[in-house]
Design a protein around this ligand. Structure first.
Ligand SMILES: [Zn+2]
Length: 277
C-alpha cells in the first residue's frame, strides 16, 4: 500500500442537464427542471467547492459540454476533472456495439477539445451497461470506469467476458486494465430526492435522512477502510436546491472534521492507487 490518505472523499457530479430530455423529446416542464442544473445548480456547487478548496470530478454528456460552453469552462477553471457520460445520456444496454463505439469516441473527443487532454474517466448514464460496454471503454483509452457496484471503498480491475448460464453456471472472464471506481445507490442524490413515477420510488426525502446515510458511510469507511475512497454521486439539478445544498455543506463539514480525510478528484486517486500496486 502506498501512502494514500486515511480516507479520500470524492464529490462527483453527473452534469446531465437536458441531454437525455433532448433525446426523449421531454416536455417543457421536464426540460426546465433539467436546465436548473446548468443555470443554478452548477454555479452554486462550484462556488461552494471553491470556498472549501475542494477539487471534484464531473461526468458530462457531450451534449451538455457543447450546448453550455460557459458551464464547461467554469468547471475546468475551478480545477475540476471532466469525464465522459455519453452524448445524449444514452442507455448503453440499448445500443448496438458500433453505435456505442461511436458514442464513446464522440464524447471523448468533445472532452479533449474542451479540456485539452483525453478524459480518463467514464461513467455510464443510468449506470446501465451492455455486455461489451466496458471493453469498448477500455479500448478507447479510458483509465477508469465508475458505474459498477461490486465493492464500496476499494478500487478493483474490471473483468471482461463473464459468462452466466442457467445450465452451465458462471464463468468469470479476465481482468483488464480498466480500473473500477465503485458507486452505490444510497450514495447517489437522485433516488433519495427526485420523485420517479415509473419506479415506485417516493423521492423528496428529507435531507436529514440522506445526511444520516452519507455520514454513516463516511464514518464506517473512515474506521474500517484505511486508504479507501468514498465516492458520492450528485446531480446539479438535484443537489443544487437550497435545502440540499445546506445538507451538502454539513456533509463536507463532517468529513473535514475527521483527521486524515481529504477531498480529491477520481483521476488523481486512481493514479495514486495504480502506482501503489
Ligand atoms: Zn447521468
Amino acid at each position: 500500500m502506498t501512502d494514500l490518505p486515511r480516507l479520500t472523499v470524492a464529490l462527483t457530479f453527473d452534469h446531465d442537464s437536458i441531454s437525455d430530455g433532448v433525446r426523449r423529446g421531454d416536455s417543457p416542464v421536464k426540460m426546465s427542471h433539467a436546465e436548473f442544473g446548468v443555470r443554478v445548480g452548477a454555479p452554486r456547487i462550484l462556488e461552494l467547492l471553491e470556498a472549501r478548496g475542494i477539487a471534484s470530478s464531473w461526468f458530462v454528456p457531450g451534449h451538455t459540454l457543447e450546448t453550455f460552453p460557459e458551464s464547461t469552462a467554469a468547471i475546468l477553471d475551478g480545477g475540476h476533472e471532466i469525464g465522459c457520460h455519453g452524448w445524449f445520456h444514452e442507455d448503453a444496454a440499448t445500443l448496438a456495439v458500433d453505435e456505442e463505439r461511436e458514442m464513446v469516441e464522440r464524447c471523448a473527443a468533445a472532452v479533449e477539445t474542451a479540456a485539452g487532454t483525453r478524459p480518463r474517466g467514464w461513467r455510464a448514464p443510468y449506470w446501465s451497461l451492455g455486455a461489451r460496454s466496458l471493453e469498448i471503454v477500455e479500448a478507447a483509452g479510458f483509465v477508469y470506469d465508475s458505474s459498477l457496484m461490486a465493492d464500496d471503498y476499494r478500487l478493483y480491475r474490471v473483468r471482461h467476458g463473464d459468462r452466466h448460464s442457467v445450465t452451465e453456471g458462471s464463468r468469470f472472464g479476465r481482468e483488464g486494465a480498466l480500473v473500477e471506481v465503485p458507486v452505490a445507490w444510497p450514495l447517489d442524490d437522485w433516488p433519495h430526492f427526485e420523485p420517479s413515477s415509473d419506479s415506485g420510488r417516493d423521492g423528496l426525502s428529507a435531507p436529514s435522512k440522506v445526511l444520516e446515510i452519507w455520514t454513516e458511510e463516511l464514518l464506517y469507511a473512515y474506521t474500517h477502510a484505511p486508504g479507501g475512497l468514498l465516492t458520492v454521486t450528485m446531480h446539479p439539478e438535484c443537489i443544487g436546491r437550497g435545502h440540499r445544498m445546506a445538507m451538502l455543506e454539513r456533509f463536507i463539514d463532517a468529513a473535514a472534521a475527521l483527521d486524515g480525510v481529504v477531498f480529491g478528484r477520481l483521476d488523481a486517486y486512481v493514479e495514486a492507487w495504480s502506482a501503489g500496486r
